[in-house]
Design a protein around this ligand. Structure first.
Ligand SMILES: [Cu+2]
Length: 202
């Protein structure tokens, strides 16, 4: 991990902690006036994107199941491959309880991450991992709904190539499509298993 990614992971952690704190404060708290009556911050919502089989899907297709959502891009050197590996291993460890969870990787680089590229990429981690892409504006709207920070950073040596700084949080969404818990990026499988176990209804 380089400095930027460590900083981002830490920013993600702080955001996660902030969400946890807000959630604990209960129904009277507000975040930009958007907190729902449940006290949960407004994260997530409707999306319409293309999955790794080329099919258009919306958030409604996943209602009735939990979604474990992670944002990134396939050319990511560190945060994404590590996060997706940990996510896949954690779901394997959860066993039967993971049957109801759809792990979803949403690209922040739709210009390069075609459905075909997403298909090859997600397959390398887990057969159950879903990869979603879309137009620039569809991705921007989805990232905004999930309050994901991302920023293209041009490569000084090669102006045609770039990396993308992005926040790193696993969003566990409930069967109703609403946020159950934001979970900070971790490289520790057991830690993610424990976080999921805590957040999932018993
Ligand atoms: Cu990444």
């Amino acid at each position: 991990m380089n400095r930027t990614t460590i900083a981002l992971a830490f920013a993600g952690l702080l955001t996660g902690m902030a969400f946890g704190f807000i959630a604990l404060r209960g129904p009277s708290s507000t975040v930009d006036g958007q907190t729902a009556a449940t006290g949960r911050p407004s994260v997530g919502g409707p999306f319409s994107l293309i999955d790794n089989t080329g099919k258009r899907v919306t958030d409604k297709d996943y209602l009735g199941r939990y979604m474990l959502v992670f944002f990134g891009y396939t050319n990511c050197p560190d945060i994404c491959p590590a996060g997706l590996q940990v996510m896949s291993a954690a779901l394997d460890k959860l066993g039967k309880r993971a049957d109801d969870i759809v792990p979803i990787f949403i690209t922040l680089d739709p210009a390069q991450d075609t459905p075909e590229k997403m298909a090859t990429y997600v397959k390398a981690f887990s057969p159950r991992l879903v990869g979603l892409t879309g137009t620039e504006s569809e991705i921007a709207a989805t990232a905004k709904a999930y309050r994901v920070y991302y920023q293209k950073v041009a490569d000084e040596k090669d102006p045609k190539s770039y990396t993308i700084d992005h926040s790193a949080i696993f969003y566990l969404m409930g069967k109703d499509g609403k946020l159950l818990a934001p979970i900070p990026h971790t490289n520790d499988v057991d830690q993610l298993v424990a976080s999921l176990d805590r957040a999932l209804p018993q």
